[in-house]
Design a protein around this ligand. Sequence first.
Ligand SMILES: *Cc1c(COP(=O)(O)O)cnc(C)c1O
Length: 407
Amino acid sequence: MDRADGLAHYRKRFAGAETDLVYFDGNSLGRPPLSAIERMGDFMRDGWGERLIRGWDEAWLQLPVEIGDRIGRAVIEAKAGQTVIGDSTTVLLYKLARAAVDAQVARDPRRREIVVDTDNFPTDRYVLDGIANERGMKLRWIDVDISTGVSPEQLAEAVGPETALVVVSHVAYRSAYLADAPELTRIAHDAGALILWDLCHSAGSVPVRADAWGFDLAVGCTYKYLNGGPGSPAFAYVRDDLQAVITQPIQGWFGTRDMFAMGPDYEPEPSIRRFLSGTSPIVGMLPMEETLAMIEEAGMPALRAKSVALTSFAITLADDWLGPLGVTLASPAESEERGGHVTLHHPAMREVTARLWQRDVIPDYRDPGGLRIGLSPLSTSFEEVHRGLAATRDVLKTVLLERAGLA
Ligand SMILES: *Cc1c(COP(=O)(O)O)cnc(C)c1O
């Protein structure tokens, strides 16, 4: 399978991929591209070191929008001027969600509800709860099965004339359930609501068509499948016609029309820049450009095809080897409904994960009993998947024998 894989050669471009370590966590923190190591060195010496403060005017002020446009083009199919790199995903979620609900309430005071599902990523739920408290609004919860995600039927039932905003993850962080983004967007719009997509687990593994699917707002991580490094800044998408209609709550000088005028009042830049707040985290923006170059070259459809092949292979091995030991699939079995990772359930998985880490096999664990296997299409090989699942089988067998008092 590796020999037949047209993307196999990308693996060599990542640090550490030559070792025997099995990395099943590229969906939490991607491996570093080797070229990023050089790039960072050059930047320290020639960029920061030599250009010093001049670097801002010469290049850095434009980077949040330049890289944003690149993500727009290569990763989420958004035309230029709608995507920007800024703060953490959490902070961007806050800024966009607050901006959206304020605009909705101003338009129609009855719209006082935010719709979100009970298994959305914790930070999304916490941020929305905070906004609801701050604005005297209400959260309307969609109760989801943790091995799937939000269905169109569930969303249709939850939205109505009181909905201001809907927030959904495109790929569920736990189950990898791939939401029907165009359909959920249509349902939210039919109810007069805005929708904010969390693309953290899809950006760089599942194609997204932000413009064609009619997205209003979106945010996404860059340290997962985009290999930006720990804490690399997130991206925000705001559809162009909404940019002047919504007002983000953290009015900082980086979002103003003429930041060096240092004027008496906040006057936001008319463009996507108005969603910036403070000094851009330039150092953290550089590594992701190396992955963006690879995605531009390979194209998202090829990445998605490899991702589906990897998750399908992992599921086949899990069925054969782990099914007989009582392991069940806690992700969608159909590849059209699944993102780039696979969650396997067994009550012993917490201990299995700890022992796998000792053997340099690195998946992660999510309660209850979920072993989560993230398969990054540019850096993961089929051989690696095979070795990792064989190790999982061996470790689980040992744990079960020990628990039965037989080993
Ligand atoms: C990883 C992830 C986040 C992380 O937010 P940070 O602010 O970067 O910590 C948010 N949402 C989802 C769906 C995620 O998977």
